[in-house]
Design a protein around this ligand. Structure first.
Ligand code: NDP
Length: 311
């Protein structure tokens, strides 16, 4: 859903971009998932279940996990919560994953990252049964994604594709520039956008911290996706007029005037980018809600498959 930017008078004078409403698209997606859950329950008696593993007490991780559990509940799914102390050993964590792998009521497994220091996240992710890998992080799923085979797509990149679809972006032949090459956001996105597919077929440039003169590349982007984890990485002067910009970043920027002592900011300088781009995702309310919605969709897909259906 589109709506014109214009939060206040001052902004109206400078802002040009229309916001891409991730909240509304996520609500629509979640309603569809909820209906799918009800149908599965009615047909098979199966309630989709997600094992949610949180190790340690990182406040951001805790709030992400709480939001995911709330969304699961709202969709009529079961959340199997596993809370472990920061002192948990690798062996203990792997034993938890093995237990969830073997539990027939658990159709998907989510391990909230980052893990506390001393734990090997790669080994933990690799231990997740691929058919329960609803985050799409295991080597099997990543390999299938790269080969264009059916798999669980990673939630944030998948959510970005849906937002681009919602924005009416024509990716075919477009120059998409992705800033950030992490295994969970930037690299899968670059891969998905370059696929021979209706939501792919873009010519993709992948930038990272060793890219000299980042602006030279971002200014060439018809579609610009920023996932650098640093507020202000992209400013308006780095954006091609009329570009579609997806801001994946979520940064807690200290602000004594805010109730919680911080504000959430994306990786783009919102005001200056909104003055140049044609469409832009806000932070919060853009990519974040879609990430959760895609997690629910993948969990339903895993449960449908486990119940013997095709999805
Ligand atoms: P990472 O820290 O794993 O990766 C950041 C990437 O950005 C790296 O590849 C890094 O390069 C690159 N980078 C950093 N600074 C620059 C720069 N100045 N110029 C060019 N490239 C740069 O982060 P994630 O991918 O995990 O997350 C990115 C952001 O997205 C974070 O703010 C995170 O909170 C947010 N996020 C939001 C989600 C959501 O649901 N809304 C989900 C996941 C993440 P190099 O590889 O060389 O170090």
């Amino acid at each position: 859903m589109w709506y014109a930017v214009g939060v206040n008078r001052e902004s109206e004078q400078t802002m040009k971009a229309e916001l891409i409403d991730g909240k509304a698209l996520a609500a629509e997606t979640r309603a569809k998932v909820k209906a799918g859950v009800a149908e599965l329950k009615a047909k098979t008696g199966v309630t989709p279940g997600l094992g949610v593993v949180l190790v340690g007490d990182d406040p951001a991780s805790r709030s992400y996990v709480t939001a995911k559990e709330r969304a699961l509940e709202e969709a009529g799914m079961r959340s199997v919560d596993v809370r472990l102390g920061a002192e948990t050993t690798q062996e203990e964590l792997l034993a938890v994953i093995a237990r969830l792998n073997a539990d027939p009521q658990v159709h998907g497994i989510l391990v909230q990252l980052p893990l506390p220091r001393g734990l090997d996240a790669d080994a933990v992710i690799e231990a997740i049964a691929p058919e329960k890998d609803v985050d799409g992080f295991t080597p099997i799923n990543v390999g299938k994604m790269i080969l264009g085979q059916d798999c669980f797509l990673p939630c944030t990149p998948h959510g970005v594709l849906r937002l681009l679809g919602q924005a009416g972006a024509n990716t075919r032949g477009a120059h998409a520039v992705v800033v950030g090459r992490s295994a969970i956001v930037g690299r899968p996105l670059a891969n998905l956008l370059s696929r021979k597919a209706p939501d792919g077929d873009a010519t993709v440039t992948l930038c990272h911290s060793a890219t000299p003169d980042l602006a030279r590349f971002t200014r060439e982007a018809d579609i610009l996706i920023v996932a650098a984890g640093r507020p202000g990485t992209v400013t308006g002067d780095m954006v091609k007029p009329g570009a579609i910009v997806i801001d994946v970043g979520v940064n807690r920027v200290p602000d004594p005037t805010a109730q919680r002592g911080y504000r959430l900011r994306g990786d783009c300088d919102f005001e200056s980018v909104a003055a140049v781009a044609s469409r832009l995702t806000p932070v919060p309310g853009g990519v974040g809600p879609m990430t959760i919605a895609m997690l629910l969709e993948n969990t339903l897909k895993a449960a449908v498959r486990a119940a013997g259906g095709a999805s």
